[in-house]
Ligand binder design. Structure first.
Ligand SMILES: Cc1cc2nc3c(=O)[nH]c(=O)nc-3n(C[C@H](O)[C@H](O)[C@H](O)COP(=O)(O)OP(=O)(O)OC[C@H]3O[C@@H](n4cnc5c(N)ncnc54)[C@H](O)[C@@H]3O)c2cc1C
Length: 384
């Protein structure tokens, strides 16, 4: 085992082996073309890694969020970008916990067989931003269907998913703004062009991120997940899984940066000696390593609590905060000590640096995690 592995050797070896069949040139070319890694995601699907959370009875591997997080960590650790395929992991938590028996039977076996993809989640809106309960997209019940109107922004993987989990307001906000929100399964294959318009947004990292416009989109009423009006609570469950899994992705990035910068600092000689002999070079790398190992412990704690069905909001948020910070510090040291070469695409450092930067902003920004801990863990007055 190398630092940070914490077991799960079989999963790690399987994912590493698959990732090794895709060359660094493959990911570099995709990044330059801002193209989605169709072949890579298809290979992960065929190997069953993206069905890890689906119970055995529906044809999946029946694993927990802990194992799912190890899969995503290994993808990033191998130099790829789990953001292209992590949606199915955290969306699955929402469907498994709150979907009806009929919904699970209808969708899960097909997802496990790789015939359906559940890669998208539509929450963020242009005017609400981080203030999720202020969303304006509505779903109005009309007989046996809901009619959706509104707009979403930054919704990832829409062109590479068959299903999307959508958060919309089904009744006006009352005293509690979190009530009156509901979640739905939208069949994108039926929706696009028939009430749903999708417009791509060019971004710093390849993510297939989009603006969505809903104009009287009709969704069958049976696609409501759980009870009407309780969607915010269901989404929060999914968000905790998402935060723990994304913390693992950051850990994967951090170890990738640490491996690269350590190897480079040992062999790059300037002033007649390896640059890694200088404490000015050693210390930022050592500091990033310490922060990564500590973040990794919190990531496992969050995953284990989630898998045990226990409250894990505190741990999932703290894991995401610590891990995003650690990967950023490791990335910064990696760029810095590669000197000019840190900026050359062929070293892959600048691409990974851009990819890991996203985790400070999405899926939740660092400031909002600090606000959560201040209010919900420390009991300080609500700041917004
Ligand atoms: C590449 C990418 C992919 C994404 N994919 C998805 C997706 O698939 N589905 C989805 O629903 N969303 C997605 N998002 C959206 C993402 O979750 C949001 O961008 C993020 O939550 C921040 O929302 P915002 O961009 O509206 O920022 P804003 O809410 O406008 O905030 C801007 C900044 O101000 C800070 N801020 C705001 N309020 C406060 C406060 N009270 N105190 C302190 N600081 C504050 C925030 O921390 C942030 O840094 C994606 C975003 C990106 C960039």
């Amino acid at each position: 085992m190398t630092p940070g592995d914490h077991g799960f050797e079989e999963i790690r070896a399987g994912v590493r082996e698959l990732c090794a069949t895709f060359s660094p040139e493959y990911f570099r070319k995709l990044d330059a073309e801002r193209r989605y890694p169709d072949e890579f995601v298809a290979a992960l699907t065929r190997a069953g890694w993206l069905a890890a959370l689906i119970p055995h009875e529906f044809g999946g591997s029946g694993l927990g969020v802990t194992e799912a997080s190890v899969i995503m960590e290994e993808i990033n650790r191998a130099g790829a970008h789990a953001g292209d395929c992590h949606g199915q992991m955290y969306n699955m938590g929402t469907l498994l916990r709150h979907g009806s028996a009929e919904q699970k039977q209808r969708y899960l076996p097909a997802i496990a067989r790789g015939e359906l993809r559940l890669q998208s989640m539509g929450v963020t809106e242009p005017t609400a931003g981080t203030d999720t309960t202020a969303i304006k997209t509505t779903a109005r019940r009309e007989g046996d269907r809901y009619v959706v109107n509104g707009q979403k922004v930054w919704i990832s993987r829409v062109h590479h998913s068959d299903l999307m989990i959508l958060l919309a307001r089904t009744s006006p906000a009352g005293a509690k703004k979190s009530e009156g929100l509901s979640i739905f399964l939208v069949d994108l294959r039926q929706a696009i062009g028939k009430g749903l318009t999708v417009r791509s947004i060019d971004t710093m990292v390849s993510h297939d991120t989009n603006e969505l416009f809903f104009d009287n989109l009709e969704i069958p009423a049976e696609n409501l997940i759980g009870e009407e009006g309780r969607g915010f609570r269901y989404i929060l469950d999914g968000l905790n899984a998402e935060r723990a899994i994304i913390a693992a992705e950051c850990i994967g990035d951090a170890y990738w940066f640490l491996d690269r910068v350590t190897a480079y600092a040992k062999q790059r000689e300037v002033f007649g000696r390896p640059i890694g002999r200088n404490q000015g070079v050693q210390f930022p790398i050592a500091e990033a390593f310490i922060e990564t190992e500590a973040a990794n412990l919190m990531r496992y704690r969050a995953c284990q609590l989630f898998d045990a069905g226990k409250p894990c909001g505190k741990e999932a948020n703290m894991a995401k905060y610590l891990a995003a910070k650690a990967s950023w510090e490791a990335g910064n040291a990696c760029v810095q000590f590669h000197g000019g070469y840190g900026f050359a695409s062929e070293y892959d450092v600048e691409r990974k640096f851009r990819e890991t930067r996203l985790y400070q902003v999405a899926p939740i920004s660092t400031n909002l995690i600090l606000a959560y801990v201040a209010e919900h863990v420390l009991g300080l007055p609500r700041s917004f």
